[in-house]
Structures are given as structure tokens and as C-alpha cells.
Design a protein around this ligand. Structure first.
Ligand SMILES: Nc1ncnc2c1ncn2[C@@H]1O[C@H](COP(=O)(O)OP(=O)(O)OP(=O)(O)O)[C@@H](O)[C@H]1O
Length: 855
């Protein structure tokens, strides 16, 4: 690069970039043209955002544990720094009292069983949690989100590709990259740094190429549309990828002067709520990091996060992280508290390149639950919507889900700061971390490459999501069900050409990944929002009952009991107020701007349900569907039983009634469909679990059977051999018997009386055939006990009683026995003749034959 071009490029890169409109029709289109083009491409945001969600089952628990780890510094946050919130009842050592979790459906109110209470918001004093979230980021006026901005931003909702942007870090050093004015949103290596000057440097083109330090324009260009998509019901993921020290954390978190994507996104979320009066919201945040391939919950107390790492459970797109703490946030103040706590727990360290390098991948997640506000939400207990156009057949008759019929839309916004790829460092520990970081980034690269290849060639090759925790966790999003924006950060120095090129190649690959994010409508009565609503309803009923009984009761109570009674009623009141405050509406967001009294309410949610619990949930949901179907039937009956309109009724009146009826039916269909969708996930999960369990059992049985068969074959063989050996023994016995008989006959024929001591019977001698035989048999039994699987007698094709084992020799063993000897087995002496003459040997040999015949 020449010095003049270098300086001009440097000034271009260092210059803050103004808001960059996305995807112009042509390189020189005016901004008005662009806005118009985007507006036509996008769908107008409905005044009532569409309903979506996935049924999440969880146990909720409010908790106020928020001890920061002492090992790491707290990075400055974009939301400004505030002193830690003092908490009433804090102990001397700074630890806060632990609050148990919310009782599950069907349990009594925590106020009736204080010791069992799992959700005690009353411990958080709103007065002590005061915060002015406007002071966090003066100048960034949330009112910027107006209808037209939203429409324009939502243009990206129609995209099925990942939004890929490059952010070039400002630098004082010599630049190796240029951003040509002629080709918009492109970047290329200066000619002089390409290896072969004959080849022109490659132009890398992206959705955005950003320079400078202005985080606001960066956020508007690459993340805002995705935050709005998440508020509109789509899952959305924004992540930063790049070499170490290239500016990922600066992009995601930022600093006090330039807040990054996370604080800006949270502010937009609250703005969105404020400008959406028709809906009410519940927001939950979680924050985790993947360090050396272990997932740590950054919001859990440090000790428990170390001892209890977060596990990824489930398969495919249905993964669950457990145990993972989620905290309900109701204001920017509570968000900031959560962020500060999580940031404090992140692992950072000084490396050769970055004084404060992230040594882990961090994921900040916001679960957004929302639903239409019911007619009874403002005054008195919510009673649900009365079906439009429906006149109940009986007073107070069927209503559309007074207890949980309104659809709840759930979406997740994930903001991810990946650890930076790096070379080996001078520090051993950093090098070890670096290996894990590089391996998981490599896996991410492979996964993206395979996905891109699959999309391009319409293939279905195996994607190695399971090769790292990061890709496993991102699997649902990368598989398509999320809108994704990736910001690839590069350091344009000449010293980092290799790393920057590799980042740009990664960015090019991810651009080819196909997405298909969907919204779906579900009726999720288990959603926390719904549970809060239900609990409020129950509590109000209890309070009303107590109040009605109060005049009679108090007359019977002692002074102390009266005091307790009034305390209990106070508790009920406080609880109702607190729960009501947790449910955000545009009205309460506005109120909280004014009185700043919304408490921060950390809530623990964990997702570890056993298959049994899941099945119970499933049964409950099924019963609910049946009820719904009954309701539909009775509603349809009621509709058809309606008095007909008089013939002379105006057409407009008829049309109105028809439209109302059609709407009613549509709503009922949505309710049922929602339940069916809702059931889909748990059903699949349960089926997969059951199938897996039975497949394992089956495989085990097959293995056992094969082992048994092999054993049985072995026994049969052994039996055959024993049979042969026995036959041989029998022959031997018979030969011996016949020998004795002939001998006796011969002796008798000599006329000499038989001596009183006859020929000794054959006895086993040590080392002889019988003892070898007994020894072999013993060894066989012992070895069969060791090697053979234990099989019940009834299982075995052969029965072997230990006491019944008779000595036997296998054929080859028998052959080994060279000498069959008997006790006193000396030479057979001829019997003396009557007159004392020696015996005639020839006759005897005739009778006996060769001695060898006996063996
Ligand atoms: N666009 C930018 N404008 C101004 N300063 C920047 C920019 N990008 C990065 N920096 C500065 O560069 C330094 C390193 O940035 P940062 O910590 O964000 O890098 P990183 O990619 O997150 O590194 P690591 O992967 O090691 O965590 C910080 O001091 C940051 O303020």
C-alpha cells in the first residue's frame, strides 16, 4: 500500500460510520429510496403482535443470591455503573438469604405455608432497589422505535439467510485492507499484500462493512432488526466472531461511552413494550459461559456454578440447559444488575494481545413471553376474554380460557460473545485455554461449512454439532429456527493478515447457511406469565374470602391471633401487588419510568423434569385438550342454537354477526391447534426417551442370549467328549474284568488253590490316569465358573449339579496319559504248581495277550 493510499484508507477506517441502511437496491440509491424499498419488502407490524411460543415447563424460584466472584474485575457496562443494591436482611458477610422456589401447580399459596414458600418476592424491598434507568444511557432515546422504523427493520424477517457484517477495528498501524468505494459493502486485501501479484485480490462482499467506534450505528445496522424480530416472536441470535482483541466484547458489551449490543437491545426491548399497549410481557434473563468445554452459569453463586456445571440435555432442536438460573427482569436497572453479576463472573485474563481477553464464549439470553392483555386485566381479577359474538347458554357459562386460554408467545434472544481465536501464548494456562477456544471455533467453522454445503447442494450430510459444547448449544439456531446476525471483527493491521483472511472466509461461509425461522402460536398454560396470572387470581379470591369472614372471626380471636390474621392479610396483599408488578405492560413500563419502584426480582428457573414428570404434564395437557374440545362442541351447539336474525335485519348487521362467529371459531381452532403443537414437543421427547431405553434393553438381551448360546455350545461339546472318555473307561473296565476272569479260570485249571490274597484290585495311584483326570475336571469347573456368565439353572440348556460331576477326561487329555498304573502294579507272577514246579509261561501269555492292550 502506498503511503498516500494507506493514510486515506486509515482515515476511512478510523472515521465513525453513520447509520448504514441495509441492502440498497443500487450502490447509489438515496436513503429515501432505501427506506421505501425496505418498507415494501417488509410486512407491516400488526398492532397486535402475532402469538407464538414453545411450551416450556419449568419450576420457578425467586432468589436473591448475587455474590460476585472475587477473582475477576467487573468490566464497565454500557448501562452505567451503579453501586450494588443493598438488600434488606443482608447478613454480615454479605451473603443474602436464600429464597426457595415457587410451588408447582396444585400446591397451596406460599402464604399459608411460609416455610415452604419457594417464591418470596416480599424480601426484595422496592424502595431499596430504586434505579433511574434513563440515566444509564442519556441521549439514546428509546422513542426512536416508531412504527416506520419497525416496519423497515422487520424487512430482515423475510430473509432466510444469515445477516453477516464485518467490523474493522480502528488502528494507528499500517493497514492491509481497503474498503473500495466502487463496490459497496466489500473489503479486500491491498494488492501489495497478496502473495501473487498476478492474481487480483479477492473482493469479500457482506451485508455490512463497518468501521469506527460508533456502537450506535453499528447496533442499528446489525442487531436492531433481530431484537425487534425477537419481540415479534422469532428466536434471534446475534454473535460476534473474530481474532482475539479485534473488538468482539467492544461490539457486544461496549463501554460507558459506547454501550454495545446487549445494553442497547435491552433498552429497545423496554421501548417496544412501552409502545405495545395491547400486550403484556414477562422477561427472563440468563447468562452463561463455556470455559474449557464446561458450561458455567454466570448467575449462579460461584461455588455452585463450579460444582454444578450446566448440562445440555435433549436432542436435535429440542435442547435444554440445566440447571440454569433465569432471572425475571422488570426494568433496565434489574437488567444491569444481572449483567453486572454475570460480567463479574466471566473469565478474562491478560494475554499477549489483549489486556482483558475473554477466555470463554459467553451467552446472554433473554426469554420473552407475551400475550394479549385480557379485558379483566386492569380492573379486578382477570377473568379472561368473553368470546366475541358469543352469548353463553347459561349465566357465567363457558369463556375462552378464563384460566389460561390466551395464547402465550415465547421467543429467545441470544447475544453471544465468542472467545477469540489465537496463536500459542507465552503463558501455559492461557495456551491450554487457547486450545479449547480454537478447537470449539474450529468445530463451529466445520459445522457452518457443512450446513452451507448442505444448503448449497441440497444435501443432508451429518453435521458434527456434538463435537463441541458451543455448536451443540447453537444447534437449534444454526439448524434454522432463528434469525441470525453475525458480526465478524477484524484487525486490519498488516501483522494480522492471516487471521483476518480466515475470519473473512468464515464470514463468507456462514452467509450461505439457510434459515427458516418460524413463529407459531401456542396456548401455554404452563408459561410463567400464566402461572403468575393464575396465582394472582387465587390470592385475590383468598383475600376476598378472608375479608368477608373478618367481622365474625375477629370477635372470636385473641389480640395476638388478630395481629397474625392482619399480618397474613397484609402478606396476601403485598404478594398480589408484587406479582402484578412482575407482569409488564406498556402501562407499567411507563409507570416504572415515573415512580421507579419496580423491584428487581431474580428468579431461578430450572428445566430438569424427569420423564415421569413430563408424562404427567403430558397427561394434564391432554385432559386440557379434551376440555377444550368439549368447549368447542358446546360453543358450536350454542352458535347453532342462536335465534336467527329477522329477515329484514340490515345486511351490515348480518355480516357483522357472521364475521364475529367466524372469528370465534377461528379462535377456538387456534386454542386446540396450540395445544396439539404444545403436546408435540414433550410427546416427541418422551417417545425418544422410551425408545432409547427399550433399544438399550433389547441390545442387552440380545448380547446375553448370544453369550448363553455360546456357553451352551461349549457345554454340549464338553459333554460329547466326556461321553467318549466314559466309553473308553468302560472298555477298559470290561477288558480288566475279562482279564481277571480268565486269570482265575487259568489258575483254577492248574489245580493250585487260590492264595488267600488275590490279585489286588486296580486302584488309582498318584500321578496316574484317575488323578490326572480328577485334576483336569476340577480345573474345568473352576475355569467355567470364572469365564462363563452366570445363568440360572432354568436358563441353561444343561444342568450341572456340582456334586454330580464325575471324573472324566477329554479325548486329548486321555491321549496325554502315557501310563495307566495301578497300585502294586508289579510283574504278574505265575501261580506255583502243585509240586512246586515253575509255572509254564507260554500258556499264561496266551491268555493275557500283550499288557499294552489294557492301556
Ligand atoms: N471498534 C472499536 N473502536 C474502539 N476501540 C475498540 C474497537 N474494537 C476494539 N476496541 C478496543 O480494543 C481492545 C480489545 O477489544 P475487545 O476486548 O473487544 O476484543 P475481543 O475481540 O473481545 O478480544 P478477546 O477475544 O481477547 O476477548 C479493547 O480495549 C477495545 O476497547
Amino acid at each position: 500500500m502506498s503511503s498516500s493510499s494507506s493514510s486515506s484508507a486509515a482515515s476511512r477506517l478510523a472515521r465513525p460510520v453513520p447509520f448504514t441502511p441495509k441492502r440498497p437496491l443500487s450502490a447509489n440509491a438515496s436513503s429515501d429510496d432505501l427506506t421505501a424499498a425496505r418498507a415494501t419488502r417488509s410486512t407491516a407490524i400488526p398492532s397486535t403482535p402475532t402469538i407464538l411460543g414453545s411450551a416450556k415447563k419449568y419450576k420457578a424460584a425467586l432468589s436473591s443470591e448475587s455474590r460476585a466472584r472475587t477473582t475477576s474485575k467487573v468490566k464497565p457496562l454500557g448501562l452505567g455503573s451503579v453501586p450494588p443494591t443493598p438488600i434488606r436482611g443482608q447478613s454480615a458477610d454479605g451473603s443474602r438469604p436464600k429464597t426457595p422456589s415457587t410451588p408447582r401447580r396444585g400446591t397451596d399459596s406460599p402464604f399459608l405455608q411460609p416455610s415452604m414458600s419457594e417464591m418470596d418476592v416480599s424480601r426484595i424491598d422496592p424502595e431499596e432497589a430504586l434505579v433511574d434507568f434513563q440515566t444509564v444511557e442519556p441521549g439514546d432515546v428509546s422513542a426512536e422505535i416508531d412504527e416506520s422504523t419497525l416496519e423497515a427493520l422487520n424487512g430482515y424477517g423475510k430473509e432466510d439467510k444469515v445477516l453477516v457484517s464485518i467490523r474493522v477495528k480502528p488502528t494507528e498501524a499500517a493497514l492491509a485492507w481497503e474498503i473500495p468505494n466502487t463496490i459497496p459493502k466489500s473489503i479486500k486485501l491491498e494488492q501489495q499484500y497478496t502473495k501473487s501479484s498476478a492474481t487480483p485480490p479477492q473482493d469479500f462482499r457482506f451485508d455490512e462493512v463497518l468501521t469506527g467506534s460508533d456502537n450506535k450505528s453499528m447496533y442499528n445496522a446489525v442487531a436492531r432488526s433481530h431484537v425487534c424480530a425477537a419481540m415479534d416472536g422469532y428466536n434471534a441470535v446475534v454473535f460476534a466472531y473474530g481474532q482475539t482483541a479485534s473488538g468482539k466484547t467492544f461490539t457486544l458489551t461496549g463501554d460507558e461511552d459506547q454501550p454495545g449490543i446487549i445494553p442497547r437491545a435491552m433498552k429497545d426491548i423496554f421501548s417496544y413494550i412501552r409502545r405495545t399497549p395491547a400486550r403484556e410481557y414477562l422477561l427472563r434473563c440468563s447468562y452463561l459461559e463455556i470455559y474449557n468445554e464446561t458450561i458455567h452459569d454466570l448467575l449462579a453463586p460461584p461455588s455452585s456454578s463450579v460444582t454444578q456445571p450446566v448440562q445440555i440435555q435433549g436432542t436435535g432442536a429440542n435442547i435444554i440447559l440445566t440447571p440454569l438460573r433465569e432471572e425475571v427482569v422488570t426494568s433496565l436497572k434489574s437488567v444491569r444488575e444481572v449483567l453486572q453479576r454475570g460480567e463479574g463472573n466471566r473469565r478474562t485474563a491478560s494475554t499477549d494481545w489483549n489486556e482483558r481477553s475473554s477466555r470463554s464464549h459467553s451467552v446472554f439470553r433473554v426469554v420473552i413471553e407475551s400475550r394479549e392483555r385480557g379485558s379483566g386485566d386492569d380492573n379486578g381479577p382477570p377473568s379472561g376474554r368473553t368470546t366475541p359474538g358469543f352469548r353463553p347458554p347459561t349465566p357465567g357459562g363457558p369463556r375462552l380460557q378464563a384460566r389460561g386460554g390466551r395464547s402465550v408467545q415465547t421467543s429467545v434472544l441470544s447475544l453471544i460473545d465468542l472467545a477469540g481465536s489465537e496463536k500459542a501464548t507465552s503463558d501455559k494456562e492461557r495456551t491450554r485455554e487457547g486450545k479449547y477456544i480454537n478447537t470449539s471455533l474450529l468445530t463451529l467453522g466445520t459445522v457452518i461449512a457443512t450446513l452451507a454445503e448442505n444448503s448449497a447442494k441440497n444435501k443432508n450430510d451429518h453435521v458434527p454439532f456434538r463435537n463441541s459444547k458451543l455448536t451443540r448449544m447453537l444447534q437449534p439456531s444454526l439448524s434454522g429456527n432463528a434469525r441470525i446476525s453475525v458480526i465478524c471483527t477484524i484487525n486490519p493491521d498488516t501483522s494480522a493478515i492471516g487471521e483476518s483472511t480466515s475470519t473473512l472466509l468464515f464470514a463468507q461461509r456462514i452467509k450461505r447457511v439457510q434459515l427458516n425461522a418460524q413463529k407459531k402460536e401456542v396456548v401455554d398454560t404452563e408459561a410463567l406469565l400464566e402461572r403468575y396470572r393464575k396465582e394472582i387470581e387465587d390470592l385475590k379470591k383468598r383475600l376476598a374470602e378472608r375479608e368477608a369472614e373478618a367481622p365474625v372471626r375477629t370477635r372470636r380471636l385473641s389480640a395476638r391471633e388478630q395481629l397474625e390474621e392482619s399480618r397474613a392479610m397484609n402478606d396476601l396483599n403485598t404478594r398480589i401487588k408484587q406479582l402484578t408488578k412482575l407482569i409488564l405492560t406498556s402501562q407499567t413500563v411507563d409507570e416504572s419510568r415515573g415512580d421507579q419502584s419496580r423491584p428487581s426480582s431474580p428468579t431461578k428457573i430450572d428445566f430438569d423434569m424427569s420423564p415421569y414428570q413430563l408424562q404427567q404434564e403430558l397427561l394434564g395437557a391432554r385432559r386440557h385438550i379434551e376440555t377444550q374440545e368439549q368447549q368447542i362442541l358446546s360453543l358450536e351447539a350454542a352458535l347453532s342454537a342462536r335465534p336467527e336474525l329477522p329477515a329484514d335485519a340490515p345486511e351490515s348487521e348480518k355480516d357483522r354477526l357472521i364475521a364475529e362467529q367466524a372469528k370465534t371459531i377461528r379462535e377456538l381452532e387456534i386454542v386446540v391447534r396450540g395445544y396439539e403443537d404444545n403436546l408435540g414437543e414433550p410427546l416427541r421427547a418422551v417417545r425418544e426417551d422410551v425408545e432409547k431405553e427399550w433399544m438399550e434393553k433389547l441390545e442387552k438381551e440380545v448380547r446375553r442370549r448370544e453369550e448363553k448360546e455360546a456357553w451352551a455350545d461349549e457345554l454340549v461339546k464338553q459333554l460329547e467328549k466326556e461321553k467318549k472318555a466314559r466309553l473308553k473307561l468302560e472298555d477298559e473296565r470290561q477288558a480288566l474284568a475279562s482279564f481277571v476272569k480268565r486269570f482265575d479260570t487259568l489258575w483254577l485249571s492248574t489245580g493250585v488253590p487260590l492264595p488267600s490274597t488275590k490279585l489286588n484290585p486296580p486302584m488309582p495311584t498318584p500321578g496316574g490316569a484317575a488323578s490326572i483326570f480328577a485334576e483336569r475336571q476340577r480345573t474345568r469347573i473352576v475355569s467355567s465358573e470364572v469365564d462363563m456368565p452366570t445363568v440360572a439353572e432354568t436358563d441353561s440348556p444343561l444342568r450341572i449339579g456340582t456334586g454330580m460331576v464325575e471324573p472324566s477326561l477329554l479325548e486329548e487329555e486321555w491321549d496325554d496319559v502315557k501310563d495307566v498304573s495301578f497300585e502294586n502294579d508289579g510283574p504278574i507272577l505265575p501261580p506255583p504248581t502243585k509240586n512246586g514246579d515253575p509255572f509254564k509261561p507260554s500258556g499264561l501269555r496266551d491268555v493275557l495277550g500283550e499288557r499294552g492292550n489294557l492301556s
